[in-house]
Structure formats: structure tokens, C-alpha cells
Write a protein that binds this ligand. Structure first.
Ligand SMILES: NC(=O)c1ccc[n+]([C@@H]2O[C@H](COP(=O)([O-])OP(=O)(O)OC[C@H]3O[C@@H](n4cnc5c(N)ncnc54)[C@H](O)[C@@H]3O)[C@@H](O)[C@H]2O)c1
Length: 367
């Protein structure tokens, strides 16, 4: 199969979908990999590395899309890429369509067969392609948040680990999944006073066991309100797979946080968990509401492209290989994981939570 890999277009996005090593594996398997010039540069992989791996280097974005049977990228297509959509194209990347209706409309109109990394689910309900990026974003959320808490950055001037007689700063993490756990591990390691909120008692118990000294709390409107009244850094790490994030942080809770506190909403890529959440970009990452510094970057792992590319590509390669070896129909029949990733097929939305979030009729995949 002809596999295309474009350079990412999102602001400061420097990840790339396939490493030279992964590309070489695909080439050895009889496939052709066409990668756009400089696509890997931000992750430390040169065109020469890809050429040595057996890839073809394409000069333009159009050369990649137009020659690809399977187009693999990291983030959802940029509007500049919509013109290349066609009905015999397979697309595999992060889609986040629940919060991107214009991307959904464009894919459906051109009947692209699109698979989403973030909904691909294993039999034991894990999301193996979202997990590595959630881990990176969780760790970065504490680094970004602690930086914004510095006085010169508009923050309250709190050092999360405290010092001497000065108490530790309070970090409130909502969501005890992969991103929440990673945030907890980083904040705990820094010596912060950490509180984690979730609706799953089981997940909270596992974190309490792993990180002695943290506080775990069942998430309710009342408990969240109380937490916000003393947090320095609030981190949103909530997910309902495929669906828009529930807006569980209210305007009153944001007011209760108070001026110069920081809110990092990791869940912004699915719409965000606060009524005040809105997406921002890495070149202009923050805005204020009621004096609270909001950070809503949808591609946080792009800050560490080398690590993120290697972590993501290690997980995606087996599924890219499956799609390339079998084609869409066979892959969906043989693999329940591939079927769970199918989001658009023949002009229809085949992921139920996404369809519900967008108010578009859901259709079971007729493959
Ligand atoms: N901004 C970025 O760059 C970036 C990068 C990676 C992941 N993400 C996003 O981070 C979010 C979290 O991903 P994850 O992999 O950790 O998901 P996860 O499924 O592992 O964890 C989500 C947690 O949210 C909890 N939850 C659901 N409803 C809740 C509620 N009402 N109150 C409290 N907790 C609730 C779930 O029980 C679960 O433990 C997702 O939206 C994901 O897309 C964003």
C-alpha cells in the first residue's frame, strides 16, 4: 500500500507520525512510504534518515496526500488539507471530531474512511494510542502550570514544593486516568500537596496506594467547589471516550479559585471540562477569566516532540501495519480494536459518542 506522511500543520506541532525505524519496517513489509520533506525535522529525524529507511521524500503536501492510499498523521487535518479528501482514502490520526464539527463535515462530505487514534480501544477497555500522549500531557501540565504560577508570568508566586517553613502549593487534579496519574506523579515528586478527584473509587484507590500522602476525593459538584477554594493549580484531565468532555467546572468554581491561580485544561482537545475552557495554541497559550490564568493547548505533547513522537509511533505502528497489510474492510473484520477506531465511513459517523456530541445521526459501520 502507498502510505503518506505529511508534515504537521498545527501551530508549533513538530511531531511526526512515523519514525525512520517504523517506516523501514513498513517498507520491508512491501509497502511504499511517502513522507513530506522536513516532516521529521522537529522530532530530530532528517530527510536523509527517512531516505536511508527506504522512504520516498515528497516536496509538497499535495504530493503526499494525492499519492497516498493510507494517510497517517498525528493531529486532525488542517483546513488546508481538506481539499485532498477523497472517497478512496484511508485516514488514521487523532481526530477529536466531537469538538471539531468542521473537520467532521469535511470528512463526511468527501466520504473519507477515517480511523481515530483516540477511540481505538482494546478488549480490556484501554486506549493504547491516547495513553502515551496523555502521559506526556499529564507530566507537562504540572511543568506548564508551575511555570505560570511564577510571579513574572502572572501567577501567585507559589513554588509547588514549598520551602522551609513555607507550605507546599496545592495541586487539584480532576480525572484519575492516564493524564491525571501522570500529573499526580509529577506534582507528588515536586513535593506539592496533591488532591485527585474522579467518579471512580477504584481509580482513586489505586492512586492513593501508589502515591502515599495524596488526598483522593469522589468528584461531585460540592467536592469540586471545595477543592477549588484552596487550589493554586487546577488540572482538568477528564475523559468520556469519543464524547465532548462534561463541563463539570462551573464559573463559580473558577471564581472560588481566585486571581493569579492557574487552570490547565488537558481535556480541552475534547472540548474542555470547564464552562470557561477554550482552545489555545502554543504560541499564545493562555487567557484569563476572573483573574484565573487558563491554559488550553490542544497539542501539549508538541512541546516535547522527540519524546512524544517516539512514544506515539511505538504504539501506532502495529495498527498502521495492520491497515496497510489488510486494507480497511479486512482490518475491521479481523480486529475489534481497528473497528473501535473507525469514525467515518461512506459519509456516515460510525462512532456513537462522537455522533451524539455533534448531533449527527450515528450509523453502525456497514463494512
Ligand atoms: N491537551 C492535550 O494536548 C492532550 C494530550 C493528550 C490527552 N489529552 C486529553 O486528556 C484527557 C484525559 O485523557 P486520559 O487518557 O487521561 O483519559 P482516561 O480515560 O485515562 O481518564 C479520564 C478520567 O476521567 C474520569 N472522569 C470521567 N468523568 C468524570 C467526572 N465527572 N469527574 C471526574 N472524573 C471523571 C474517568 O473516570 C477517568 O478516570 C482526554 O480528553 C484526552 O483527549 C489532551
Amino acid at each position: 500500500m502507498q502510505i503518506g506522511v505529511p508534515r504537521e500543520r498545527k501551530t508549533l506541532e513538530k511531531r511526526v507520525a512515523i519514525t525512520p525505524e517504523g517506516a523501514n519496517q513498513l517498507v520491508r513489509g512491501g509497502h511504499t512510504v511517502i513522507i513530506e520533506a522536513a516532516a521529521g525535522e522537529g522530532s530530530g529525524f532528517s530527510d536523509e534518515d527517512y531516505r536511508a529507511a527506504g522512504c520516498k521524500i515528497a516536496k509538497t503536501l499535495g504530493d503526499v496526500w494525492n499519492n497516498a492510499e493510507l494517510l497517517v498523521k498525528v493531529k486532525e487535518p488542517d483546513p488546508s488539507e481538506f481539499e485532498f479528501f477523497r472517497s478512496d482514502l484511508l485516514l488514521f490520526d487523532f481526530l477529536h471530531l466531537a469538538s471539531l464539527p468542521e473537520v467532521a463535515s469535511a470528512l463526511l462530505a468527501k466520504k473519507v474512511t477515517a480511523f481515530a487514534y483516540e477511540t481505538l480501544q482494546t478488549a480490556d477497555k484501554r486506549l493504547p494510542l491516547l495513553e502515551p500522549m496523555s502521559e506526556v500531557a499529564g507530566k507537562l501540565s504540572v511543568l506548564n502550570g508551575s511555570y505560570l504560577l511564577l510571579s513574572q508570568n502572572g501567577g501567585r508566586g507559589v513554588l509547588l514544593g514549598g520551602a522551609g517553613a513555607a507550605p507546599a502549593g496545592h495541586v487539584m487534579i480532576v480525572g484519575a486516568g492516564i493524564a491525571g496519574r501522570a500529573a499526580c506523579s509529577t506534582a507528588h515528586g515536586m513535593g506539592a500537596a496533591v488532591e485527585v478527584y474522579d467518579i471512580s473509587q477504584e481509580k482513586l484507590a489505586a492512586l492513593a496506594k501508589e502515591f502515599p500522602g495524596i488526598r483522593t476525593v469522589i468528584s461531585t459538584p460540592e467536592s469540586l467547589m471545595h477543592g477549588c477554594s484552596h487550589a493554586d493549580l487546577l488540572i482538568g484531565a477528564v475523559l468520556v471516550p469519543g464524547a465532548a468532555t462534561p463541563k463539570i467546572i462551573t464559573r463559580e468554581m473558577i471564581r472560588a479559585l481566585g486571581p493569579r491561580r492557574v487552570f490547565v485544561d488537558i481535556s480541552i482537545d475534547q472540548g474542555g471540562c470547564a464552562v470557561t475552557s477554550k482552545p489555545t495554541t502554543l504560541d499564545n497559550p493562555t487567557y484569563e477569566v476572573d483573574g484565573v490564568i487558563h491554559y488550553g493547548v490542544c497539542n501539549m505533547p508538541a512541546q516535547t516532540p522527540r519524546t512524544s513522537t517516539m512514544a506515539l509511533a511505538a504504539q501506532t505502528l502495529q495498527y498502521i501495519t495492520m491497515l496497510a497489510d489488510l486494507g480497511a474492510a479486512k482490518a475491521i473484520h479481523q480486529s475489534s480494536e481497528m473497528k473501535s477506531a473507525l469514525t467515518c465511513f461512506d459519509g456516515k459517523l460510525t462512532n456513537k459518542p462522537t455522533a451524539e456530541a455533534l448531533g449527527i445521526a450515528y450509523a453502525a459501520p456497514a463494512v
